[in-house]
Design a protein around this ligand. Sequence first.
Ligand code: NAD
Length: 399
Amino acid sequence: MNVSVVKETAPGERRVALVPEAVAKLRTAGLEVLVESGAGDGAWFTDDSYAEAGASVVRRADALAADVVLMVGRPDAATVSALRSGQAIVGLLSPLTDPDLTSSLAAAGVTAISMDMIPRTLPRAQPMDALSSQANIAGYKAALVAATEFGRFFPLLITAAGTARPARVLVLGVGVAGLQAIGTARRLGALVSAYDVRPETRTEAESVGATFIELSSVGPAGGEGGYARALTDDERMAQQQELAAHIARHDVVITTAQVPGRRPPLLVTDDALKAMAAGSVIVDMGASALGGNVVGSVPGQTIVTEHGVTIVGAGALPASMPAAASAMYARNVSALLLYLVKDGELALDPADELQAGVIVTAGGAVVHPALREQEAPTPVLPEEDEPTPVQPEERADRP
Ligand code: NAD
């Protein structure tokens, strides 16, 4: 059986699904590895380094003909149309928010295996947990981006020219990314507060040095599988209102809140933005085409509101640390692949809980229970009506 790595096609995506170290591991397990020429360029892994690890460096068309095609993100339309029945693809396919892609892969007879559907609580799935590996990177980078954008110091500094007070940082959403953002901001010397709707996050946030904020207007909102549930309209409005006062007394806000299969919850409203001091910075890790945690945030852009608040639309931070992100993703994808391969061939077993979690399409059909349950393929539920965006002043000089 051969597996291939293709060059990512999404704009700004610099990660690659396998790094040379992982190629060597897969070859030891008896797999032939093909790498599209230039696939690792964005993460500084050269064609030569893949060849030295035992991969064949090939043209895209040859890579797309492999038995198993590995990628980081989702295949674009041209890639899907190049695939044939019987092939498998592995990537962060976001099937819950992209049902059209899932349907087209099923129609093409392609077995789609989605790295973001790994049942994360299964101990044997830990090495395959790409959501966590990438969220760790994103949380770390979010704190660095915030510190770079902030026009003051993060730490307390006492110098001959005066004393700088430490920055007050608020992290909204204390999952994997939030915890890493807290730890990184703390290591930079900031005073960090944190908030989440899941009650268990209090001790987790405190263990990495944050002061936990509890809202009196919103009760616990843990959902299935350790994730948060979507709030009701009343809860959401109460949360936004009460949060606004906390947001206003912080210099920096990093938002990471997500609810699987839904657009990210809106946590920072127009009113909250207006109450922030000029010079404050928000890094919105939820920023995406679906909308973000912050009103008016634009994915991939840094904007400044008319009140002088900088909002960084930072939904794709792992791609900004491509070498580390690729190395971690490669370990995740290799672990999954080796789990699925028996005697050098893909041996899929839908009775296995882990496999049932990740296999989205097989045999020409959508097989994942979470997707089959949805009769009409419209799983992305809006958080609420689109709020009026602030009037941004675009800053083309920022990432
Ligand atoms: P996520 O990316 O889905 O969400 C990020 C955070 O946003 C979550 O903590 C969530 O509670 C929070 N959130 C959602 N709506 C919110 C709202 N309206 N207001 C405030 N916060 C809100 O989460 P994640 O980082 O992927 O992790 C989710 C959970 O899964 C965590 O408990 C994590 O520890 C757990 N997890 C477990 C394992 C494991 O068991 N091995 C592995 C990875 C993650």
